[in-house]
Design a protein around this ligand. Structure first.
Ligand SMILES: O=C(O)C(=O)C[C@]1(C(=O)O)C=C[C@@H](O)C=C1
Length: 272
């Protein structure tokens, strides 16, 4: 059976996103669990594909996950989106607990709730299921966990995220270039490219953006991430969207850009 690298243990949101991907693409994959996202990325090299949470309604882009995508040089196959909800579970009343376990991306989605409990220590974990496991072994603790994990806990506060409507976007990443897969003809396509200016000059980014604007291509985001080599040097990530029938056209624009600038296309894919 084909394998996929996923943040574990079983039942994390990444695990759910993986099942959704299998469902949508009509295939069954063996989930190979890793204890943190860096380990997921390492596993992708071996197993071929993996799941990477990349953006959230409340948090925006998850900077450290984008950096891993750039560091490992993987490509994007497709994306899936999930509704995200969190509850606080506790062994006793909050005034009597000493610690709250919370995953780092989850923490950034529950800042309002956490700011009202400043007297309790926050222990940051690598996954939501790890938060739950640590809480189960610690009588003096509480944990913020996905609503789908809440069963017979003693003390529960439902929906502790900053807003009721919350989604996370997960990329299905792969270690090898493959033919563009049109999963659904009626769905738009997205593309992500990375520019790392070697010889920076005034107007470089403007010139690249102008190529898209002149060709009526809709950009959805642009963000900068540090190269981590020298202060003040950045990778620029650009995401764009187009109709699925325009994918050949988009590819020609990329070829044109590649001749002029140092760009890398890391994904031409669909949200499925
Ligand atoms: O810990 C999990 O359940 C995950 O799958 C990780 C993750 C993330 O890192 O963004 C996924 C979705 C939620 O936004 C919070 C946590």
């Amino acid at each position: 059976m084909k394998k996929i690298a996923v943040l574990g243990p079983k039942h994390t949101y990444s695990d759910e996103a993986c099942s959704l991907f299998e469902n949508k693409t009509n295939q069954e994959l063996e989930h190979i669990y890793a204890s943190n996202i860096r380990e997921v990325m390492k596993l992708v090299d071996e197993v071929g594909i993996g799941i990477l949470p990349i953006e959230n309604t409340l948090e925006g882009y998850i900077g450290q996950h984008i950096d891993l995508l750039l560091e490992f040089g993987y490509l994007i196959d497709s994306e899936v989106k999930l509704d995200i909800t969190f509850s606080l579970v506790s062994h006793k009343a909050l005034k009597d607990i000493k610690r709250i376990y919370v995953q780092y991306a989850t923490k950034n989605q529950c800042l309002k709730f956490l700011s009202t409990h400043k007297d309790i220590d926050i222990i940051v974990t690598d996954s939501n299921v790890t938060s739950f496991d640590m809480y189960q072994k610690d009588e003096d603790s509480a944990a913020i966990i996905p609503n789908h994990l809440v069963k017979d806990e003693v003390f529960v506060i439902k929906d502790v995220a900053d807003e009721m409507v919350n989604h996370t976007r997960f990329l299905v990443i792969k270690n090898k270039q493959q033919e563009f897969k049109l999963y659904a003809k009626d769905k738009d396509i997205k593309a992500t490219l990375v520019i790392t200016p070697k010889n920076d000059r005034p107007g470089l980014l403007y010139d690249i953006l102008k190529v898209f604007s002149d060709r009526n291509i809709n950009l959805i985001s642009i963000m900068s991430r540090p190269t981590k080599k020298e202060i003040g040097t950045y990778h620029f990530l650009i995401e764009l969207e187009a109709k699925s029938e325009e994918y050949v056209y988009i590819q020609t624009v990329f070829e044109e850009l590649k001749d002029l600038y140092d760009i890398k296309v890391i994904g031409l894919y669909q949200s499925i």
